[in-house]
Ligand binder design. Structure first.
Ligand code: PMV
Length: 349
């Protein structure tokens, strides 16, 4: 094939049970599960054209982020391409051009690696399938895209599936694997397909620890072993709570996971404090509001200071009015990204 062009839109995801700790080629130390989001996504246009000379000089790669050159992002994506050359040997004989953009502000402290890496992986898998006359959609295609996404950024492997995706081998869950994520939305009460995730932007400052460094700190963390066992237990219990529609138990487990992630960072060496005073103030207000109203509001947190507020759509009127009146004043410039559980990655026509 001389020329191939495609564009994929892939969303970010928010982990409910956290992946924190890895080994080998992006293999997780414990299984995880996440909501696939809607509004926070990356759009990646991929152009693959045959090189005139087939010299073995490494990968020929052009990268634009939001229409402009971005050296740091290019380096990350090139490293990813080099790491998958053994699966896609054609990478040597084509010119690869990527033009990528995010729907969310770059400086908002929302991780973009899951959406960006999965969008690129989907485009590459589509080309690879086209070369081999294989289907460019369906279960096998998505599974392969999940494997390739994982090699770009572990959590990216969950972004290709709608609503809810689980990554990591878990006994009793057929097809679960450390190599790819599987869709598990049909295993839960449909109320969880309606969940909102309002991302309260407490600080947009650059993170003081990269997720790569964070994962590697787990290697010497004295609590690593019990943590991996706890994550497995939490995942099993969370899936049961979601199956039976137990919103209170869902909130307990999800908050325990978020605070455990930060506890692990607090006691790593060196130690990292990513929560800000306003992150804690927001958490306290959410818990007080829940006690007073008995509404099913809960929170989770990524590896940063922003608070993700989770609630089912049927309670949006009361909960959004609480967020606007009580929580937005604790955010940087009253910033929030209103998101929801979404339908996964899609090819843009
Ligand atoms: O995919 P990575 O290497 O950026 O790690 C993601 C880690 C967390 O976001 C903190 C948890 C998760 O499961 O997404």
């Amino acid at each position: 094939m001389q020329l191939f062009e495609t564009k994929w839109r892939s969303p970010s995801n928010i982990a409910l049970v956290k992946y924190w700790g890895k080994y080998g080629t992006q293999m997780p130390r414990n299984p995880s599960v996440s909501f696939t989001l809607t509004n926070a996504h990356s759009d990646t246009f991929l152009r693959i054209s045959k090189l005139e000379k087939e010299e073995n000089n490494g990968i020929t790669f052009d990268f634009l982020f939001e229409g402009e050159r971005n050296i740091a992002f290019r380096a990350k994506q090139l490293k990813f391409l080099e790491s998958i050359e053994w699966r896609f040997p054609w990478l040597q004989t084509y010119q690869i051009s990527v033009n990528s953009s995010n729907s969310f502000p770059h400086s908002a402290g929302i991780a973009s690696s899951a959406s960006a890496m999965s969008a690129l992986a989907l485009g590459l898998c589509e080309f690879d399938a086209a070369l081999k006359n294989e289907p460019t959609s369906g279960d096998d295609f998505l599974r392969k895209a999940s494997v390739i996404s994982r090699l770009g950024s572990g959590s990216a492997c969950r972004s290709v599936y709608p609503q809810l995706a689980m990554w990591g081998a878990l006994s009793g869950v057929p097809n679960s694997s450390d190599e790819y994520a599987i869709p598990v939305a049909n295993d839960v009460n449909p109320i969880f397909h309606t969940y909102h995730d309002d991302i309260l932007l407490v600080s947009s400052a650059e993170k003081s620890v990269s997720s790569r460094a964070g994962h590697s700190l787990m290697e010497d963390n004295p609590f690593a072993k019990p943590r991996y066992a706890q994550a497995t237990q939490n995942l099993t219990e969370l899936m049961n709570a979601m199956r039976t529609g137990d919103l209170a138990r869902f909130g307990d487990i999800v908050e325990n996971e978020a605070l455990t992630l930060h506890a692990l960072m607090l006691c790593s060496q060196p130690s990292f404090i990513l929560l800000k005073p306003n992150s804690l103030a927001i958490i306290e207000k959410i818990r007080d509001f829940r006690t007073e109203t008995r509404l099913p509001i809960s929170f989770t947190i990524d590896a940063g200071p922003n608070i993700h507020v989770l609630y089912p759509d049927e309670y949006k009127t009361e909960i959004q009015s609480f967020i606007h009146s009580e929580l937005l004043s604790l955010c940087e410039n009253r910033r929030m990204v209103a998101d929801m559980v979404g339908m996964g990655a899609l090819k843009v026509k």
